[in-house]
Design a protein around this ligand. Structure first.
Ligand code: SF4
Length: 377
């Protein structure tokens, strides 16, 4: 398959480089834990929100500070914290959605005394009765952020930030739609790279990058080669290793949809531009566009979403990516498996780990799965 060569203005091996440059210019930098915190609140106060990323480096000193059975994301972030590699952040904001994230921040607090922390806990049930809880907690975070930035966050500032972030999400969705409609124009690894770069660089700059890229993608011709159509599901909080995405494509897979966090999930829904801004951010929490296994969504859950999208996108099978020891995924997966079996949807699960990934093993699994769905078995 041919693919467009895109030039990212960011080195994803060093995701906080741009943040460090801006910090030198006086910008206050906020590290934001995945996955649901409204970054607009920080942007509207003049700060730079940056979503915390898993490092490509092995966990070393961090081993002594967090249980080895915690997920790779939390262990990697703690490791960076104890090795003074998170000093770029003036503040770390935690939207608490699982016990491992909570412990990650407790440990960072002990290890990073010069850094401020903002904490909020999300209700895990998505129902109207928690509306005022979310609203109140966001209001409290807003006050904390105002104090840290030394300025009031006005409704006008917040409305402007919401418009900017919506624009970014719309542009990213356009890129995703083009990549799905025109197989071969953008590799899966580049799509993930684009989402990841948007998490760590100013949205103004990212929007300019996307505005330059979209016309190139529109001009590019799709490959005539048809692959085995797959839906990629899961992988909360951090990106799937790009080598695994390469394997899927090299072995003849064609990604027709995904709900990965460093993928469609991050940009799936907008905040209202007509409601008062704090209400708009509150309501967005209740409709993130893609239901999340970290929450209980009784009306329309993650499995409902996958079933609908598999049909719409014509996916022949689902690859579930599970971060090893991810609590929410471990809880949800048995139910998801039952749903796939009931609906006769071919699926496979690929467990990923921060440290060791045996690509040979993953390759065999992917190859077998793609062959199976192509045969229609
Ligand atoms: S949701 Fe999963 S991947 Fe994210 S921090 Fe919690 S355990 Fe780790």
């Amino acid at each position: 398959m041919t693919s467009t060569k895109i030039r990212l203005d960011i080195n994803l091996e060093d995701p906080y480089r741009r943040a460090r440059e801006l910090k030198k210019e006086g910008k206050k930098v906020f590290g934001v834990s995945p996955m649901h915190f409204p970054e607009e609140l920080i942007h509207a106060g003049g700060g730079l929100p940056v979503v915390l990323q898993e490092s490509t480096e092995p966990v070393t000193y961090g081993l002594a500070h967090l249980y080895p059975f915690f997920c790779g994301f939390t262990r990697s972030v703690v490791d960076m914290g104890v090795r003074n590699k998170l000093d770029v952040f003036d503040t770390i904001v935690l939207g608490d959605l699982c016990i491992q994230l909570r412990h990650m921040v407790k440990t960072l607090k002990r290890q990073m005394p010069a850094t401020s922390f903002v904490y909020t806990q999300w209700p895990l049930e998505i129902s109207e009765r928690f509306h005022s809880t979310v609203r109140g907690r966001l209001q409290r975070c807003k006050k904390d952020i105002e104090q840290l930035l030394g300025r009031e966050i006005t409704d006008d500032n917040l409305a402007q930030s919401i418009r900017l972030y919506n624009q970014n999400r719309r542009l990213m969705r356009q890129v995703i739609d083009l990549a799905r409609a025109k197989p071969g124009v953008l590799r899966a690894r580049d799509l993930v790279g684009l989402v990841e770069s948007g998490m760590v660089m100013p949205k103004e700059e990212h929007n300019r990058m996307l505005e330059g890229l979209i016309p190139q993608l529109k001009r590019k011709r799709a490959s005539s080669k048809q692959g085995a159509k797959v839906y990629l599901a899961g992988h909360l909080c951090m990106a799937v290793k790009v080598e695994i995405l390469d394997l899927i494509e090299e072995l003849g897979g064609q990604v027709v949809w995904d709900d990965l966090y460093t993928g469609s999930r991050y940009v799936a829904s907008d905040a209202s531009e007509t409601l008062p801004p704090m209400e708009a951010l509150t309501q967005r929490y209740f409709n993130l566009g893609i239901p999340c296994p970290s929450r209980m969504e009784p009306k329309y859950g993650w499995s409902d979403y996958i079933l609908d999208r598999v049909k719409q996108a014509g996916a022949q099978g689902v690859m579930v990516f599970m971060v090893k020891q991810c609590g929410p995924m471990l809880l949800y997966y048995p139910y998801l498996k039952d749903v796939f079996e009931r609906e006769s949807i071919p699926y496979t699960v690929i467990v990923t780990e921060h440290e060791v990934v045996s690509f040979e093993q993953v390759k065999t699994r992917i190859q077998a799965f793609l062959e199976m769905i192509q045969r229609g078995a």
